[in-house]
Ligand binder design. Structure first.
Ligand code: DGP
Length: 112
């Protein structure tokens, strides 16, 4: 298997979809850390934040346009957090760029 999230995007691995458009796909995290925990990924393989550049940033832009729509659909009217872990020190476990949307309760102030 090349990339877990590429396989999820292709539908080869099942996921609980919450949003999709031409450039991004959003689904529920398998190990939720908050009442709402959604992952948003680009539909092309970008390994991490370190790989974002002028050639692929339209996919990142699409993700950031999708996030408020997803948050509204999830009922996150009182706020939420968006996180992208990058590399070893960022504890990135899946090497396909993804943004966590966390909400549904008051989140801890400490992020690191
Ligand atoms: P990170 O640690 O930032 O790389 O986050 C990867 C997230 O991906 C982690 O919160 C768990 C989630 N995850 C891993 N495998 C799967 C899977 O097969 N399905 C779903 N829905 N989420 C997964």
């Amino acid at each position: 298997m090349d990339c877990l999230f590429c396989e999820i995007i292709k539908g080869n691995i099942p996921s609980a979809k919450v949003y999709e458009d031409e450039r991004c796909y959003a689904f529920r995290d398998i190990n939720p850390q908050a009442p709402t925990h959604v992952l948003v990924v680009p539909k092309i393989h970008i390994a991490s934040m370190d790989e974002v550049n002028g050639e692929n940033s339209a996919y990142v832009s699409a993700i950031f346009e999708a996030i408020p729509k997803i948050a509204a659909a999830e009922g996150l009217t009182n706020g939420y957090r968006v996180i992208s872990n990058c590399g070893e020190d960022g504890c990135q476990s899946v090497k396909h760029l993804h943004f966590h949307i966390l909400g549904g309760r008051k989140l801890p102030e400490n992020m690191g």
